[in-house]
Design a protein around this ligand. Structure first.
Ligand code: NAP
Length: 330
């Protein structure tokens, strides 16, 4: 069994930012990722226009920059999928050790940062599962190129739906945005871009009842939430962007949760001492790359304080750049 000061589960912006801070804190740390950049929704984001100093950078490029930075500082990455996190009990008492049980091994540490992110939510309508990969997609940047000169529909009205629609409008003949209300949720700047494209049409106050087609998507069945009237819209692709679900299943019954999100405030401390939650998997009001990166820093600062309190860190920090009167430097 491998033992560390700190385990970081997930390698999206929160996990990678935590890895950077943990390296600077000289904590013996491992980042466990399901697959390379497993927690990284940023990778499939077209442009990240709101990360300070890097205006217009592609999501993939930003994700790779985070990773390069962590790697350059010597972060250790382990590819494994964590199925369970256990807090060791010695004679009925909870000890300081936590064990992350993966498919390939078990990894132990006194402090753990859960940065497992979130994944897309399903629409849950007939035809969605059957036609997945046959016209139904959850990632416009991954699959958009298959729909050159075709007609597509994006479902949802949040940031992802608007970004997807704008991205698709560059290659599709026509893009419909199907939204269940008469007002979009996504950022105003994205709305302005969306409304300036003449091949995007928003279908307001409308929900999808079914996705239809034999071998491929041919049609979406729509229903107006105002009149109850149904209509068929012929499309070859359906991009579903109706929100995200936290990747917290492996931690159920361990730390307190709210709607599947792990409960933690800005210090990222969960209800279990020594376990911290960072990024999209944490209860928070704004899920952005910049807030995920901030969580990574806060979680390491909290983990370091926790380890210092235990007084047993095997790798005392040499130059953390965080906390302890060093604010503003690192
Ligand atoms: P979101 O903001 O939760 O938006 C989900 C959209 O889907 C909403 O418009 C919602 O409608 C609609 N919806 C939900 N369930 C539905 C259903 N069953 N049927 C039809 N429509 C449904 O999710 P998101 O766009 O995936 O974004 C996730 C998070 O990532 C957000 O916090 C977002 O701000 C963030 N994000 C940030 C960036 C960035 O920093 N550049 C980029 C992308 C995403 P209502 O509006 O009626 O609720």
């Amino acid at each position: 069994m491998e033992k560390y000061d700190l385990l970081i589960i997930g390698s999206g912006p929160a996990g990678l930012s935590a890895a950077i801070y943990a390296q600077r804190a000289r904590l013996n740390t491992a980042v466990i990722e399901k697959e390379m950049m497993s927690g990284g929704q940023v990778l499939t984001t077209m442009d990240v226009d709101n990360y300070p100093g890097l205006m217009g950078i592609g999501g993939f490029e930003l994700g790779m920059k985070f990773r390069e930075h962590a790697e350059q500082l010597g972060a250790v990455f382990i590819e494994d999928e964590i199925k369970e996190l256990k807090v060791e009990k010695t004679s009925g008492q909870e000890s300081d050790w936590k064990h992350a049980v993966g498919e390939k091994g078990t990894y132990s540490a006194r402090a753990v940062i859960l940065a497992s992110g979130a994944t897309h939510r399903m629409l849950d309508v007939p035809g969605e599962e059957r036609l997945r990969g046959k016209g139904v997609s959850y990632c416009a940047t991954c699959d958009g190129a298959f729909f050159r000169n075709k007609v597509t529909a994006v479902i949802g009205g949040g940031d992802v739906a608007l970004e997807d629609a704008v991205f698709l409008s560059r290659m599709c003949r026509k893009v419909y945005v199907i939204h269940r209300r008469n007002e979009l949720r996504g950022a105003k700047i994205l709305q302005e871009t969306l409304f300036s494209q003449n091949n995007i049409e928003v279908v307001w106050d409308t929900v999808v009842e079914a996705i239809e087609g034999d071998a491929q998507v041919e049609n979406v069945k729509l229903k107006s939430v105002i009149t109850g009237q149904t209509q068929n819209l012929q499309v070859q692709g359906v991009f579903i962007a109706v929100g995200i679900t936290p990747n917290s299943q492996a931690f159920k019954g361990l730390a307190a949760m709210e709607d599947g999100y792990i409960k933690a405030a800005e210090d990222c401390a969960t209800s279990v001492p020594g376990i911290f939650a960072a990024g999209d998997v944490r209860t928070k009001s704004l899920r952005q790359v910049v807030t995920a990166a901030a969580d990574g820093a806060n979680a390491v600062a909290s983990a370091e304080r926790y380890l210092t309190r235990l007084g047993r860190s095997e790798h005392p920090r040499l130059d953390s750049g965080i906390d302890s009167g060093n604010n503003g430097r690192g």
